[in-house]
Design a protein around this ligand. Sequence first.
Ligand SMILES: Cc1cc2nc3c(=O)[nH]c(=O)nc-3n(C[C@H](O)[C@H](O)[C@H](O)COP(=O)(O)O)c2cc1C
Ligand code: SF4
Length: 455
Amino acid sequence: MTDFRRFDLKTYDDLRGDLDALNLELPISENLDVLAEKVNVGGHVLPNRFVIQPMEGVDGNPVTGAPTELTDRRYRRFAEGGSGLIWAEAVSVVPDGCSNAKQMRITEENLDSYKKLVDDTKTAARNAFGHELRFVVQLTHSGRFSRPGGVVKPLKVQHNPFLDEKLGMTDIEPVSDDYLDHLQDDFVKAAQLAARAGFDGVDMKAVHGYLIAELLGAHTREGKYGGSYENRTRFLRETAQRMMDELPESTFVTSRTTVLEPCPYPYGWGVLPEIGKNWEVDLTEPKRLMKECFEMGMPMFNVSVGFPRFQPYMNRPHDNSLVGEGNPPEYPLVGVARFQQTVRDMQKSLPECPVPTAGLAWLRHLLPQVAAGLIEEGWCSLIGMGRGAFAYPDLVRDILEKGVMAPEKCCTTCSMCTQIMKDGVGCGGCVIRDKEIYGPELKKGRLAAKEKGLA
Ligand SMILES: Cc1cc2nc3c(=O)[nH]c(=O)nc-3n(C[C@H](O)[C@H](O)[C@H](O)COP(=O)(O)O)c2cc1C
Ligand code: SF4
């Protein structure tokens, strides 16, 4: 019953039937009013319970790192769709931390283009909804997945036999403490630029195996950034504190953190600290980190689950995998429930800290009542939309105004937006629902992959 099969649910009764048959817990409620509630995030009032989660569009200017017309279009469409909070995608703080040639990068020289992006996006929300949208930017260093200018130049923070071999990184030495000390300065500088651009919040990206996420599980690293819990979380906590000291009070600091980086101990994060175990979940440290961040003054904590490169079924439950990868190992509804239950465990451990969820796109038109159930039962405070918003940018409007989503506009979890990112040539968006623009972008990347013998 938990074996892989594709989405074939038509009604909420079908969904309840599968949940019962699989003995899975996922709350469902018809009271959609809770989705229109305002949420207070450190004095910033969000106009409703929806957040667009970060979705890299791979459409920055490859020379300057500035957003382009396509970037502007993506965010304008999200804003016009009605979400109260947009969490902008990963923006690199240094050139060598970019994950591809077109990842955005914020600098003194391109600051005006970010001011324009913020201004255009907020104006679009005001014009369409009359509400004040909040805009957070995700600051990142890609670590093991760094490809500045499209050239593979990975950096790692510890030797990890589970990743080093798969990623061809056995001969690379971990970055020094000195490198990380300077990187703290780069994060703080980028945060200052983001505040000047008009973003309401700054996120230190600690998810999905990228550099700060890897540090959280750096049990075998020596020196001040590895080993003990205090050392492994030092980079995030110290840098966040510096940002809070140096940013204007109106800009909040937050983090999107993977609560489960599933490498076996002593390499993972959020895994049982016992040698020999594969990766049993243990949220003791992620909960502690969230509490400490909240007490430091970070007013919300965004949570993701898993390592998309190696466990995509956990991070973004889907029907179709990337080219060359087999079917997911489980029925995607199992992944949806796992994601939501993990977020629930985090949220319930600190109810006063707003925690957004994600990983709901696979539910398609059955999302609204699940979203309402999650809020009603206190499993999360905000409903995050990733692929769903790429495919159907005005889904929030439809849910809030009509109480339903149109099945023909929903994301089909085909993975082609991720394929574009992986191929690293085209610009990212929804190939199915926005195909005039993104169909050709997918083709460019597939063609380039074929030429390299990778397709
Ligand atoms: C094409 C693509 C790009 C993404 N880019 C980012 C990113 O820049 N930062 C991030 O934290 N997560 C990123 N994610 C993960 C999403 O934010 C989200 O957590 C994931 O897609 C699961 O949620 P969903 O079911 O709503 O899509 C990306 C996912 C996809 C498919
Ligand atoms: S390309 Fe579109 S339909 Fe396919 S997974 Fe991405 S958002 Fe969903």
